[in-house]
Design a protein around this ligand. Structure first.
Ligand code: SF4
Length: 349
């Protein structure tokens, strides 16, 4: 079976996706109906590993605080991380900040107007660059995010293993072959919408799908076998202990994590590799054990134990600073970028 569609079907596919988007696609998301690359870029980065419903509030807050890319560039990384806290995948926030600075400093505050130019910026990969270029500048260029990979691999019954870069490259070529001559912005949005609302990962709604007559995956009987991706992540497990030290006035001791690695640049309670290490700092103190946290990250499951100590009244409690870090009043915590599980722990304890 040929891997791509014949020319007439390619025309049909593009026209159908465009017409369906016009009638049935999403039109009211806050990052739609704009050609402002700052707004589109911000939404694309936020949506990379996060659901629309979660992104909405963050998106509005970012724009209210930093209405232009130059405003974001002028912010400190700590401010950006604090605003990002809870969205996860924090390298996105660091790249967001670095990208805003690059746009401000190297491009006079204006995003490059081509996918190739956009791809030179920090954190903007091929698909994100193409989405911004298609939406904002009408460039005829293909995207291949997770939703679009799913739709196209099903329509083409593409059975190359997307764990291999050769197969991924092939799918990129097919995505480019399928591009319509016109309306690339609406076509791009249409593919995204189809993937998000009709051709979903587990239960594609083929009866409602506008491209069903062309879809080889559906015709072959089991579209959910596409896309094929064999590589399994080997998940590890880690265990650490947090030490929650609280002064009589309610201040907590926080430490900033290193600039690289998990939760880079975020603030957490002092962390130890084992319980003995945490207890050794305050051998005489009564430590309360809080409920343990199990947090799943991309590559490993993280079990976090917390031991809490209330420091005594008086000078001893006020000066105690056994492991370095900053004492932060509870009402000041919103200014610090805390990972979501710690935020929840503090709110609930
Ligand atoms: Fe996806 Fe089914 Fe539509 Fe094919 S027909 S694109 S599998 S929803």
């Amino acid at each position: 079976m040929p891997e791509t569609l014949n020319p007439a079907s390619i025309d049909d596919f593009g026209r159908t996706v465009v017409a369906w988007q016009r009638r049935h696609g999403r039109h009211t998301l806050p990052w739609q109906n704009t050609r402002d690359p700052y707004r589109v870029w911000l939404s694309e980065v936020m949506l990379q590993q996060t659901q629309v419903a979660t992104v909405l509030g963050y998106y509005e807050r970012f724009l209210a605080r930093w209405p232009r890319v130059t405003d974001l560039a002028a912010a400190s990384l700590d401010e950006v991380l604090a605003q990002w806290a809870g969205l996860g995948y924090y390298s996105r926030a660091r790249n967001l900040h670095a990208c805003a600075r690059a746009v401000a400093e190297l491009h006079g505050g204006a995003f490059p107007a081509t996918a190739a130019g956009l791809q030179t910026l920090p954190g903007i990969g091929r698909s994100t660059a193409a989405a911004i270029a298609a939406f904002c500048f009408g460039e005829r260029v293909a995207i291949l995010d997770g939703n679009v990979k799913r739709v196209l691999s099903r329509v083409l019954a593409f059975d190359g293993d997307l764990a291999s870069s050769a197969a991924e490259k092939k799918l990129w070529n097919h995505a480019t072959e399928l591009l319509p001559e016109q309306d690339v912005d609406r076509y791009t949005q249409g593919l995204m919408d189809l993937g998000a609302t009709v051709c979903t990962a587990r239960s594609p709604d083929c009866l409602l799908c506008p491209v069903q007559p062309l879809c080889r995956g559906q015709q072959a009987g089991d579209p959910t076998r596409y896309p094929v991706k064999t590589r399994k992540l080997k998940r590890g497990r880690r265990e650490n202990w947090w030490l929650w030290l609280e002064r009589p006035g309610g201040q907590l001791l926080l430490r900033q994590r290193p600039a690289t690695g998990v939760w880079a640049g975020l603030w957490t309670l002092p962390m130890f590799d084992d319980e003995a290490g945490a207890r050794a700092l305050l051998p005489a103190a009564r430590l309360e054990t809080l409920p343990r946290i199990e947090h799943a990250l991309t590559h490993f499951d993280w079990v976090l134990h917390t031991l809490r100590a209330q420091l005594p009244e008086g000078p001893e409690g006020l000066t105690a600073q056994p492991v370095g870090g900053s004492w932060v009043a509870r009402e000041e915590l919103a200014r610090y970028a805390l990972p979501a599980p710690l935020k929840k722990l503090i709110e609930e304890s």
